[in-house]
Design a protein around this ligand. Structure first.
Ligand code: GLV
Ligand code: MN
Ligand code: MN
Length: 409
């Protein structure tokens, strides 16, 4: 069992086949949660699980579980997984790598005829990205009891369509209760989505922590008016307010270095007409820091900036923090299992903090959890050019196999 190797080519081929669902002309993927392409990708994953002999369960949040039984039915499953959905201009690896690496572990155990003591499950969590439906990681959050089911199902996209409606429409509103069952351990393999591993020449990131995040939604309301006859001194331009906040958010990020990140990623101006002073602007803010105390300072700075700009420009402000995900410390034994696996396989490795949110951050609340990072080219992710290599993909899968076997013995 110590020499067991995953089939790296099969894992790579599966990634490439899966990437056809939502493929974009620039080589990336657009597979927004619960769209028809997400359904097609889910169908393929379910078929692959069944072909690997797994029993497939879908829960009420549309989370998918493929289960390979173990010798000891009293043992809780050792779980691996990530997400199938992507950003609108996403890549071929974010999320789906952790799902298909988990499937490859199961395929490898099948090929070798290995029976584990604990059952093994591969999971795909619904709407990790939080792009179509905010917040991110919502369905692993329901599984972990962070959100209730009603909250999860009622998350709506910008057109007002809810996750519950879309799960029904695509046939993934499953019957199984969400969570409330024991998980022996959870491992999530993922591309790093940043430049550190590649820059420093490491193959494996042993993820010890994930940084905290706060998400906000802001609406500035001023007054729509004609762009010509309205003098500069008598305007209440909501987009001007948003512009000042975009700059303020950037300065908040810079003022809390090292490690702070601050982003305005979504903005909608209304009526969005070139000769109308914008009367209403909706935008989002994403603040992140690994230290909760610093994240709170950033929150305070954002609130002050919003008040100040609304006053200066004469705007009404509607402001809501819609999500707070505190920093996470992963399980020491699972971290050790990943580090030990990298060591045993002879892969260079370093400990690291995840800058991105992951389903593992919520599963960590209900099960011993850690993550395995592999490098991605130039550190680019949430971008269609997101790339990694077959060697790195194989290495991460190999570490996943070893870590899982250690826990499933
Ligand atoms: C998820 O991809 C996030 O970190 O925003
Ligand atoms: Mn991801
Ligand atoms: Mn992502």
């Amino acid at each position: 069992m110590n020499n067991l190797k995953i089939n790296g080519q099969r894992l790579w081929d599966s990634l490439m086949e899966m990437a056809q669902h939502g493929a974009t002309p620039k080589g990336g993927v657009c597979r927004l949660a619960l769209t028809d392409v997400d359904k097609a990708a889910r169908d393929l994953f379910v078929r692959w699980c069944e072909e690997a002999g797994c029993a497939v369960t879908i829960d009420q949040m549309g989370n998918i579980f493929g289960r390979r039984e173990g010798r000891d039915p009293s043992r809780a499953p050792i779980m691996m997984g990530s997400h199938i959905d992507s950003q609108p201009t996403g890549g071929k690896y974010d999320g789906i790598y952790g799902v298909l690496a988990g499937l490859e572990v199961i395929r490898t155990l099948n090929d070798a005829g290995i029976e584990t003591a604990a059952p093994i499950e591969v999971s795909a969590w619904t709407n990790e990205e939080g792009s179509r439906f905010a917040p991110a990681m919502v369905s692993s959050g329901v599984f972990a009891g962070v959100f209730d089911l009603e909250y999860g199902l009622s998350r709506a996209d910008l057109d007002g369509v809810s996750m519950g409606e879309e799960l029904q429409r695509i046939g993934y509103a499953g019957a199984a209760p969400v969570g409330g069952r024991e998980v022996g351990a959870f491992f999530e393999a993922h591309i790093e989505q940043g430049p550190i591993l590649e820059d420093e020449g490491y193959t494996i990131g042993v993820v010890t922590d994930a940084q905290g995040q706060r998400w906000y939604e802001v609406t500035f309301t001023g007054q729509e008016a004609h762009a010509g006859p309205t003098p500069m001194g008598s305007r209440r331009d909501a987009l001007l307010g948003a512009a000042r906040i975009i700059d303020a958010v950037n300065r908040i990020g810079l003022a809390h270095q090292p490690n702070a990140c601050a982003t305005v990623g979504l903005i909608q101006a209304s009526p969005n007409s070139r000769n109308v002073i914008p009367g209403r602007v909706f935008f989002t803010v994403d603040l992140r820091h690994p230290d909760d105390a610093v994240l709170s300072q950033m929150d305070t700075a954002l609130r002050a900036a919003l008040e100040q700009v609304a006053g200066e420009v004469g705007l009404r402000m509607d402001f809501e923090q819609i999500w707070y995900s505190p920093p996470v410390r992963f399980d020491e034994a699972c971290i050790k299992a990943v580090r030990g696996a990298a060591e045993a396989e002879g892969f260079s490795h370093r400990d690291m903090v995840s800058g991105a949110g992951h389903d593992a951050c919520y599963i960590a609340r209900v099960a011993p959890t850690s993550m395995i990072f592999i490098p991605c080219v130039d550190g680019i992710s949430h971008n269609e050019v997101e790339e990694t290599t077959p060697e790195w993909v194989t290495a991460g899968g190999q570490v996943l196999l070893r870590a899982v076997l250690e826990r499933a013995r």
